[in-house]
Write a protein that binds this ligand. Structure first.
Ligand code: AMP
Ligand code: MG
Length: 287
């Protein structure tokens, strides 16, 4: 549990409660639940606002460490069905961090050029550099979800992709990128309400994609694909967290807590000055 978890309203550490273990079944997780948190929406929102600066401070340290020659970085991978709240996490959680320390990338339907390469090609190009907080809005996981649901790849190819993903993520870990993978687990009913709200509001039409209904019609296939991918690729070095997402305030505060706890664990260090501080003070006084 992070140092301040208890003061911040959690009764249990989300990273322990929500991490995927071998016996994981998606159907066992209620998207409307709020594991480890007893409060309601206003309590959650207050905590979220209060912890913004803590996340920003920790990330500033990581960024400084990177400027000082450190290699470490942190990568947040966000997955979930349409309207699950990925965008809100980006703006309300990651958005609290100084933009210069964030590398954000959203992955849509692959372009023709991207399709000519291995599925990890476009992902590698967006990895966070030293000191950065990387944030993936969708990711390499789309390539073991969409083609599977559409019957475009067979079991052998799916297995090959799972192995590539594991090799890729273990290589990232070796290169000092800490990875946090989050599935925002939304209920089909809540998605219907959110899509209806988008259709009712002209200011939200830009977020609506008629293709969202097609994916919705294959909901159970997507859930099966998610469960298989998560089970197959949740590892000690790149764990999956399945976060109930019907309450946006809850999923946001959980992702914030996962990031804070990860950064506290990394304990990034301010780089020491590359100059003699006293000498520089003397020079400044004389100038
Ligand atoms: P959004 O995240 O709502 O902007 O939508 C992006 C769309 O791109 C979603 O429908 C994704 O399923 C789709 N997408 C992203 N990556 C892939 C991929 N590798 N293969 C097929 N569809 C993808
Ligand atoms: Mg969408």
């Amino acid at each position: 549990m992070s140092k301040q978890t208890e003061e911040n309203g959690f009764t249990g550490a989300p990273q322990d409660l929500l991490v995927v273990r071998p016996e994981f079944r998606l159907a066992d997780i209620d998207p409307g639940s709020t594991p480890g948190f007893k409060g309601g929406k206003s309590d959650g929102q207050a905590i979220l606002a209060k912890r913004d600066s803590q996340l920003a401070d920790l990330q500033e340290r990581l960024f400084a460490e990177g400027k000082g020659g450190g290699k470490r970085s942190l990568l947040l991978v966000l997955q979930g069905m349409d309207t699950c709240g990925k965008g809100g996490i980006v703006s309300h959680v990651v958005g609290a961090v100084d933009v210069q320390g964030v590398r954000h990338a959203a992955f849509g339907v692959p372009t023709e050029e991207e399709r000519r390469h291995d599925f990890l090609w476009r992902i590698e190009k967006q990895l966070p550099g030293p000191g950065m907080l990387g944030c993936f809005d969708r990711s390499h996981y789309e390539d073991v979800l969409v083609p599977r649901v559409h019957g475009l790849i067979n079991d052998d190819e799916l297995e090959r992709r799972f192995s590539s993903i594991q090799d890729f993520e273990s290589r990232l870990f070796e290169n000092e990128t800490r990875i946090i993978k989050v599935m925002l687990h939304l209920s089909k009913e809540e998605q219907k309400e959110r899509l209806a709200a988008r259709l009712d509001n002209p200011a939200k039409h830009w977020k609506y994609d008629p293709g969202d209904i097609s994916a919705r019609q294959q909901w159970d296939d997507y859930m099966a694909a998610y469960e298989a991918a998560i089970l197959r690729t949740s590892t000690a070095y790149a764990p999956w967290y399945v976060v109930p997402a019907d309450n946006k305030w809850y999923s946001r505060m959980v992702v914030q807590e996962l990031l804070v706890a990860a950064l506290e664990g990394m304990d990034p260090q301010w780089p020491s000055a590359s100059f003699d501080v006293d000498e520089e003070k003397a020079r400044l006084a004389e100038s």
